[in-house]
Design a protein around this ligand. Structure first.
Ligand code: ADP
Ligand code: MG
Length: 749
């Protein structure tokens, strides 16, 4: 289309920070510059105050007024020295994004003197302002948790995540206070509260199991570790601005694949385009300052698709950092005249984006409980934790499936690029052998033969050593890119999580399910132990064998995208949940609800019902918004363009005729266009009718039924309208096409 001329430039370069002597600063020197870290706090506070804060942070005492006031004062001075004029509680409502409301430090002191009122401006930030704030937050989704007359929601400082300053307008900055968001009655209204609760219960259960296995271990705390690989697309901002569908829904609702897209497999790990490189490097610098340890950056599979990933951290901090990275990237991209797309499937026909969640659990002594160590076959603690994860998957796969379900992520699941709706785990050859050997009570097949430990660069046929290339150690697990839940060395990788969504709920659900499984295994061990003072290896092996056999059905090493797996999974009795609305219904099913409420106590029934409502409502709204947007695009842009093109063809045919020139070529194209236009118009009319019908239904119906109706009735119509529009795109002259095409969107940066 003509809009190619709209490409914006992107030449922005920033100065990399330097030391006083002009040499560049090392990244480690910039790291955390904008964070009010514990170290900064320790320097800024009187010793006893800092000590009392640490106690509170470990849950041992409540934060008293003096401590809160002192911290508030210290952080205000620190932040104001960095340009802060405002502060905000930063929280994660169930909208999938973050929320903030800024308040100025500025206050007025009134002094009444005989001469009249005297007003003095001062900068003020009190302990109570730091601890809690009551944003007028009645417009966040609460799924019926709050009626408007008692719409109070409170944001409360989450002391486990550090405060930071971020650049504000015109050289000022803003102090951010990571917070949870709860109702007047203490119900979670956000994503974070559940995650924090879940890490706490998992910690208790895991400590219990570790201390049962090794009574002298005295492990006091176990934390969940998380590393999020964030995928995204970057497109030119001017192109983006011309696409209503991208602006409104985050994905293209129409558009044909260009002749070259990802089939040459040349984009993946290719050279990062220089404009993107400049943007990502600026992102990394800002992240450094915010203490976010971004480690890798690379091109992804689809054109214009990229990934950044940090070093893993404690889960709730990792989630804060992931959401903050997304926010910073959004702003940075803007400065480079780019637009970041976090939608899971912005373009039909090329890969979508995910957020692989690398997850493990570690003790307060820094030991990763999922580390197989050198001899996993005798590391019973590792095996029991591994089995607990498998057991969790087996019992609560539908919950994991629902935790990643949204209208947007549906486009990737099972579509040859992301794991399907069947949740299974991949362990790799070595661990499978370990489990099989234990189960069959036989010696382990020898894994210490050289080719299992190193990769011969010279090849297997010619055992030659290529000069200059060292033999390298081979990873314990090979990769299976098709598994939704893969063991990768010393952690599990939950791959089905969507690029757009917060990892909070998926990780919270995983933590809960693992908690229940860890407890179940601990109970089995206790029963095995009976009245003996401690567990023998034989006791442990008995329980291990039992759980290896029990959890076998959730282990799958093959191709998760194959049709045979669907049949095989059915034979094994694994649920295959095909749609988001179908998944949502599981949240209220007895077994899962009981686990999330009574067994682990992480959510209340009310909180789950509200989440159920929000998920369903959001799904239906998303689909309706897509339908309405498509209606506008087809009715106001595409059909008119086709009419105009036809008119020009008809006019030239008529003109040619008057001068007795052959007009068959024009007529031929007109004839080709006629049925395409007719089909699009017909489908468009269906779209209008079905949308109206679904919108009307939503006024009265039950939330899940409404979401299901949107899925059953509207989703297929949206797809049919698209097909018809895409056929037209291939025929209408480029000059008349009103939207930037995939070639322009994907191959321009
Ligand atoms: P890939 O899976 O692409 O090979 P890596 O192995 O480097 O990439 O790891 C991907 C992510 O997993 C990184 O964010 C990394 O920090 C994280 N990770 C590594 N170890 C752990 C762990 N024990 N717990 C949680 N995340 C981890
Ligand atoms: Mg990975």
């Amino acid at each position: 289309a003509l809009v190619a001329a709209a490409t914006t430039s992107g030449k922005r370069e920033i100065e990399y920070p330097r030391k006083a002597d002009g040499k560049p600063k090392y990244p480690s020197e910039i790291y955390g510059e904008n964070v009010f870290t514990l170290k900064t706090m320790a320097k800024a506070l009187p010793k006893p105050i800092f000590a009392s804060f640490l106690k509170q942070r470990r849950g041992r005492q409540n934060l008293d007024k003096t401590t809160a006031d002192s911290i508030a004062h210290a952080v205000r001075v620190w932040a104001m020295d960095r340009g802060a004029t405002h502060y905000t509680h930063w929280f994660q409502p169930q909208t999938g994004t973050t929320a903030e409301k800024h308040d100025a430090f500025l206050s007025l002191l009134s002094n009444f003197t005989p001469g009249g009122e005297e007003v003095t401006p001062i900068d003020l930030f009190s302990g109570s302002q730091l601890l809690q704030s009551e944003p007028d937050a009645s417009s966040f989704p609460s799924g019926g948790m709050r009626s408007t007359f008692e719409a109070r929601g409170y944001t409360i400082w989450d002391t486990s995540s550090s405060m930071y300053v971020q650049r504000g307008p015109n050289g000022t900055s803003i102090l951010y206070i990571p917070s949870v968001f709860i109702s007047y009655n203490g119900d979670a209204l956000d994503e974070k509260t559940g995650l924090l609760r879940s890490t706490e219960v998992l910690s208790r259960a895991a400590c219990e199991l570790v201390n049962l296995l090794e009574p002298e271990a005295h492990v006091g705390h176990v934390h969940t570790t998380l590393g999020t690989e964030q995928e995204f697309f970057l497109v030119d901002r001017a192109m983006y601005a011309l696409r209503q569908d991208l602006k409104i829904t985050g994905r293209t609702l129409v558009g044909q694949l260009p002749p070259r897209h990802q089939q040459l497999e040349d984009h993946y790990f290719g050279r990062i385009p220089s404009r993107v490189m400049r943007a990502i490097s600026e992102l990394e610098l800002e992240c450094l300052r915010l203490g976010i340890p971004i480690k890798t950056r690379h091109n992804e599979v689809a054109p214009a698709q990229f990934e950044v990933a940090p070093i893993f951290e404690e889960a709730s901090v990792a989630v804060d950092h992931n959401l903050l990275t997304m926010d910073v990237l959004h702003k940075v991209a803007h400065r480079h005249n780019l637009r970041v797309l976090y939608h899971e499937k912005p373009f039909k026909g090329v890969n979508g984006s995910g957020k692989h969640c690398n997850w493990a659990i570690a003790t307060d002594r820094g030991e990763n409980l999922l580390d197989p160590t050198v001899r996993p076959e005798t590391n019973y603690r590792f095996i029991l934790f591994l089995l607990a994860v498998l057991r969790a998957l087996q019992e609560h796969a539908p919950l994991l499936r629902l935790s990643i379900s949204s209208s947007s992520n549906e486009h990737r699941l099972g579509a040859q690029e992301a794991p399907p709706g069947i949740i299974s785990a991949f362990l790799g050859d070595q661990l499978n052998e370990v489990l099989d050997a234990i189960e069959e009570d036989r010696p382990l097949k020898n894994f210490s033969v050289p080719q299992f430990q190193s990769i011969k660069v010279g090849g297997t046929v010619l055992d030659v050593k290529v000069a200059g290339l060292p033999h390298i150690a081979r990873d314990l697990t090979d990769r299976n890119r098709t598994s939704p839940f893969a063991f990768t060395g010393n952690k599990f990788e939950f791959r089905a999580v969507g690029s757009k969504q917060s990892p909070s709920f998926p990780v919270a659900v995983l933590n809960c399910a693992v908690t229940a499984a860890v407890r179940e295994i601990a109970d089995a061990l206790r029963e095995q132990m009976g009245s003996k003072p401690r567990l023998s290896d034989e006791d442990k092996l008995t329980v291990i064998r039992k759980y290896i056999t029990l959890t076998k059905p959730v282990r799958f090493e093959g191709d998760n995208y194959s049709a045979e797996w669907v049949t095989e999974a059915e034979r094994r009795g694994l649920p295959n949940i095909r749609s988001a609305p179908e998944a949502f219904a599981y949240l209220l099913k007895e077994k899962h609800m009981t686990m999330l409420t009574r067994t682990t106590g992480i959510f209340s029934e009310g909180e789950l019902r509200s989440r159920y409502h929000i998920l369903n409502e959001r799904y239906a709204k998303d689909i309706i918004i897509e339908a309405e947007t498509l209606k506008t695009i087809v009715g106001q842009q595409i059909l008119p363009a086709a009419f105009e093109y036809r008119k020009s063809l008809a006019e030239s045919a008529a003109a040619l005729k008057t001068v007795a020139v052959d007009c068959d070529p024009e007529v031929e194209i007109l004839e080709q266009l006629a049925p395409l236009v007719a089909t699009l118009q017909k489908e468009y009319r269906v779209l209008v009718d079905v949308t109206a019908h679904i919108v009307a239904d939503g006024e009265s119906g039950e939330a899940n039924a409404h979401a299901q109706a949107a899925y059953d009735q509207l989703v297929p119509v949206i797809a049919r309208v698209r097909d018809a529009a895409d056929e037209l795109e291939a025929t209408v002259a480029d000059k008349y096409w009103p939207l930037p095409k995939y070639t322009e969107l994907l191959l321009t940066i």
